[in-house]
Design a protein around this ligand. Structure first.
Ligand SMILES: [Zn+2]
Length: 173
């Protein structure tokens, strides 16, 4: 099992600091959001995602809008998982083996015979080639900005607030 690490190597001083790429944090939050959606609504993971530094969005095949209560519940569950600070680990398995555990319909056929499985503690696991945080607290606080429903597609837009900032999150609005 290999822990994924992210280091920036711009110069000697920053190379030793553990700088976390905002997109890794956003993308790791996407894993948690997906698993939370699957558990709450038995829908699939998002079929499309746009992960950006400041704001990201995920699209789900769905049949209605989310209520405010559901939106807050999703947020709460994702943040509760983040607080557990479970490690994010990776392992490899053959495509055939992976097929018995995961839906592989989003993976291109030429993704290779061996797939990387990204596991978040005992909460989530899925094949993924993206970059992730090492442990969940690095993500920060997850917040759903808005959601909308149109033609069978539920879109959830979210942000994350930096972890462990002493005061103020002025750039998160
Ligand atoms: Zn991923």
């Amino acid at each position: 099992m290999v822990y994924i690490t992210h280091f920036r190597k711009k110069d000697k001083n920053t190379a030793m600091k553990h700088k976390i790429d905002p997109k890794s944090r956003m993308h790791s939050a996407e894993h948690l959001l997906n698993q939370t959606m699957v558990r709450m609504f038995n829908c699939g993971r998002c079929f499309s995602a746009h992960i950006e530094k400041k704001k990201s969005k995920c699209d789900y095949h769905f049949d209605r809008s989310l209520t405010e209560k559901e939106t807050r519940e999703i947020e709460k569950r994702v943040n509760d998982v983040i607080k557990t600070d479970m490690p994010v680990t990776e392992e490899y398995m053959t495509r055939e083996e992976a097929r018995t555990y995961f839906k592989l319909d989003r993976l291109p056929e030429d993704a290779g015979g061996e797939l990387r499985i990204v596991r978040i503690g005992d909460y989530d696991a899925c094949p993924c080639i993206g970059q992730h945080v090492n442990s969940l607290r690095e993500i920060g606080t997850f917040r759903i900005v808005s959601s909308s429903f149109d033609s069978g597609v539920l879109r959830i837009r979210y942000k994350i607030a930096q972890p462990a900032k002493p005061q103020g999150l002025s750039n998160e609005q």
